[in-house]
Design a protein around this ligand. Structure first.
Ligand code: SF4
Length: 549
């Protein structure tokens, strides 16, 4: 037995997998579905992968003895007939894989809960309907829960570097307390914020909206590593049947990998997934960070071949050639004064490379969110890419009492010049506050990914595809969003915590000093205070604002 064994299994037969990889077909549950050759092959692949992993690691006993098995897919966005160029994009966990996983698990533990919270403002109920997870739950008799409408419990993470406080929705409390078995079923795909997104990053979809938003900034890798103190999957099964390359959370292009990766060590499993996509995990800041925290215990012993596909990396740059080719008339200016930004003394000595470094000083927040917003336009059927606007990133580089930003060639723009640009200006995040009086379009926070994405499409005068009538599920989306917000509002008014106050700072609650007794613990329960009426009203107001988009 070796707990760090990772199993990789691949479909060798010439069988087409590019049908129904986002949404289950209507005949799911009938013989016509289960007798399809691709469905039978996928089922065999899931069963073989998990059987071998059980043989190598013996994980099944814990699963059998657990109170229930919580399975979390990755449905941050489900792109099926969503008003973009292609009918499907491989962004979300393949429901055919999920169905087979549930079937396999139920041989040993009948009590299964499928739990997810999609990216705000996409209601998870809509993601369940589009993908067909609701039908899997009905057919297999499992629980199904939308985490964003659940009460939360608070925990303190004494060893965390940034995210000392975390809120966990009640369906995951049993996982935290070791009573439930947690299976993460992510997609094999690249990501704008963290370069790749696999099993342990999937936990970002567990925590509530406001906490998740504030995690998206230049410290995202540290915050994800912090989360490993409290949420470590017992089993990770990476869905790499049809991988996704490009700029998630925007649409990505399919890569026909035809494989699954499974392991009980979340970091070792994700590192194998990373190599399969053609990236060296040691080059990825997120993996370096989890290594520094002691969550990496050495390379996995891999059972199976590890093929290498060269996925197109996520490219968040707005100063780079690809973005410039897509949007030739957008003037992008970057100027950060964040601690990790390059220090500049002479504004006339900035090279294109330094400008890129400046831009990348905050990769995990507004930059990535903005790029996904523009990426929707690239994948949209309405291509309005010639509009001339200016996009300003960062609060400016302070040099000799003035603020400066730089274009893709390194050419400097002093604040006065930026203010007098004769084109609409888009500024993002709290960093962009400095120019808010001249901005025609802006997004608040640090960071609000949805606000950044919507600001990008608004500035280009292109409807956001998911919020347009071209989205086949637009009506359902709207109804589910209203229901979700009303539920969150009602719970808030009753004084039940479902989130933290919407504040984009790294510590929302004053964190108490941890006594010696607790300092070596991974987490400590930290009950939330009773909400007074003023707080109830504030929390309810935060929820209603979700509908403003
Ligand atoms: S507001 Fe500034 S620091 Fe915060 S995510 Fe946006 S660019 Fe980064």
């Amino acid at each position: 037995m070796n707990e760090r064994t990772v199993v990789v299994r691949r479909i060798e037969e010439e069988i087409a997998l590019d049908r129904d990889y986002v949404a289950l077909p209507e005949d799911y549950g009938k013989d016509s579905y289960f007798q399809r050759p691709d469905i039978q092959t996928i089922r065999s692949l899931v069963f073989e992968t998990l059987d071998i992993l059980e043989e190598k690691t013996g994980f099944r006993r814990k699963m059998e003895e657990s109170r229930q098995v919580v399975i979390k897919p990755n449905l941050v966005s489900v792109y099926h007939r969503s008003g973009m160029f292609e009918e499907d994009y491989p962004e979300s966990t393949d429901p055919r894989v999920m169905d087979a996983v549930v079937e396999w698990v139920q041989k040993y533990n009948k009590k299964v809960l499928i739990a997810e919270s999609s990216g705000k403002p996409m209601p998870t109920a809509t993601s369940f309907r589009i993908s067909g997870m609701d039908r899997i739950a009905g057919y297999r008799n499992t629980g199904l829960v939308t985490l964003e409408t659940c009460p939360v419990r608070r925990y303190l993470l004494p060893k965390a570097k940034v995210m000392k406080e975390v809120l966990i929705p009640t369906p995951f409390v049993g996982v935290v307390e070791g009573k439930d078995f947690y299976i993460s079923v992510p997609k094999l795909k690249t990501n704008l914020y963290t370069r790749v997104t696999l099993g342990f990053k999937n936990a970002m979809g567990v925590i509530p909206y406001a906490l998740r938003e504030r995690n998206h900034n230049y410290r995202i890798d540290e915050k994800l590593a912090d989360m490993l103190y409290i949420l470590r999957p017992d089993l990770t099964l990476i869905d790499g049947l049809v991988g996704g390359e490009g700029n998630t959370p925007a649409p990505v292009d399919p890569v026909d990998c035809r494989l699954l990766v499974a392991g009980t060590d979340p970091v070792a499993t994700d590192r194998v997934g990373c190599r399969i996509m053609g990236f060296d995990p040691d080059e990825i800041p997120l993996f370096r960070e989890v290594g520094k925290r002691g969550f990496y215990h050495g390379e996995a012993q891999v059972d199976g071949e590890v093929p290498v596909f060269h996925f197109r990396p996520a490219d968040p740059s707005l100063l780079g050639d690809t973005f410039h080719k897509h949007f030739p008339n957008i003037l992008v200016l970057a100027g950060h004064s964040l601690p990790q930004a390059p220090k500049i003394r002479d504004p006339y000595a900035v090279t294109p490379e330094i400008a890129r470094e400046l831009e990348g000083a905050c990769r995990g927040g507004c930059l990535a969110a903005l790029r996904s917003g523009f990426e929707y336009i690239v994948y949209s059927t309405k291509k309005n890419r010639d509009r001339q606007i200016a996009v300003i990133i960062g609060s400016g580089v302070p040099i000799d009492g003035k603020k400066w930003w730089f274009d893709r060639d390194g050419k400097p723009y002093e604040e006065e010049k930026v203010r007098n640009l004769e084109m609409p200006i888009l500024t993002v995040g709290n960093c962009g506050e400095v120019l808010k009086d001249v901005a025609s379009y802006r997004s608040p926070g640090c960071c609000s990914p949805s606000a950044c994405m919507l600001a990008a499409t608004a500035a280009m005068k292109v409807p956001f595809p998911l919020l347009s009538l071209k989205n086949h599920y637009f009506g359902i989306f709207g109804l589910d969003a209203v229901r979700m917000v009303l539920k969150r509002t009602a719970l808030s008014l009753r004084g039940i915590w479902i989130d933290c106050p919407s504040r984009h700072v790294d510590q929302i609650y004053p964190v108490p000093k941890v006594s010696d007794k607790y300092k070596d613990r991974d987490f400590v329960p930290w009950p939330l205070p009773k909400m007074n009426w003023k707080m109830r009203k504030k929390m309810a107001g935060d929820q209603l604002r979700i509908l403003k988009l």
